[in-house]
Design a binder for this molecule. Sequence first.
Ligand code: KG4
Ligand code: ZN
Length: 347
Amino acid sequence: MILALESSCDETAVALFDPAHGLAGEWVQSQIALHERHGGVVPDLATREHLQAFAPLLARARTAADFSRVEKIAVTNGPGLAGCLAIGVAAAKALALALRVPLAGVSHLRAHAWSPFIPRHAEAPAEFAARLDELLPHLGLIVSGGHTLLFSLRAGGSIATLASTRDDAAGEALDKGAKLLGLGYPGGPLIEKLAAGGRVDAFDFPRGMGRRDELDFSFSGLKTSLRYLLEKMPAKEVEARRADVCASYQQAAVDALVRKTAAALERGPGAGPGWRSLGLSGGVANNRVLRAALEKTARGHGLPLLAALPQHTGDNAGMIAFAAWADTAGTDTRGLDLRIEPGLALA
Ligand code: KG4
Ligand code: ZN
């Protein structure tokens, strides 16, 4: 079994993964309540919380499984907040020493990239490698509070970044929009809830498309256009039309994500066979409007949509444990010399 630790941002998490069966247990301690009143993650507070949270989470993991079965420790070593990463890496080194097993550093972004494959492995663990080949090359979309990325995953596990955001991440655009509307943090789920009762065509927000042949995303114009709209609108009207504003704003973000993804699908993976699957992961992947739109896009291209399970969209250790096993090309093998890499890129 692999025992994995994650602490790159505001979730402390521990998971146990058995390659022959799947995830054997997952434990997450979220800090959302702590950071809510600050309107975003405060790095120093997050670091202290991780220090407090790991021991009880590990104690729970130990009641669920015999640690003598642990053959490897995996830990997120980047990207993320430096202090937060350091707590996880220090704890992982101590565990590797105590249990006398190897230590693997896992890229948080590569783990998000692999997370949509977790259910495929769970369905048929012994056949995972053979079936994986039938899903590659894979086009993946990672959408979170810090990242918006399109990438290709090919046979042999090589990952290439095809597009990223020039400014805000998709989740950041939703969080900032919610802040402008006085809704609270994190804004994505709050906007989705209000949007359900509104009209998507009530307001015309920019889709941040840039040039047609460019795949990169841009979300700062969306947020700015909401600010201008709210400045012009009397407070009473903002109150009365909140659902319409949320629905239109969310739709603009979803449209931008879907159109660039569709453009990448149409462009193809380059030489060799065409795309064989589309993936969706990261916190914003929880959004039902986005999921439905990408389902439709994938279907239109005759591809399966692999979406991360709800417990693996936000930050979690299940995906770290899984990546430590599935992503052999991406793990960091420096062992006890492992360093934190706060600015680590996807590829
Ligand atoms: O992956 P994640 O938990 O943390 C990062 O690594 O960033 O993603 C958090 C982001 C936040 O921006 C949050 O607003 C967004 O995911 N989010 C959503 C939904 N649930 C979370 N955005 C839209 N709709 C949702 N249902
Ligand atoms: Zn993340």
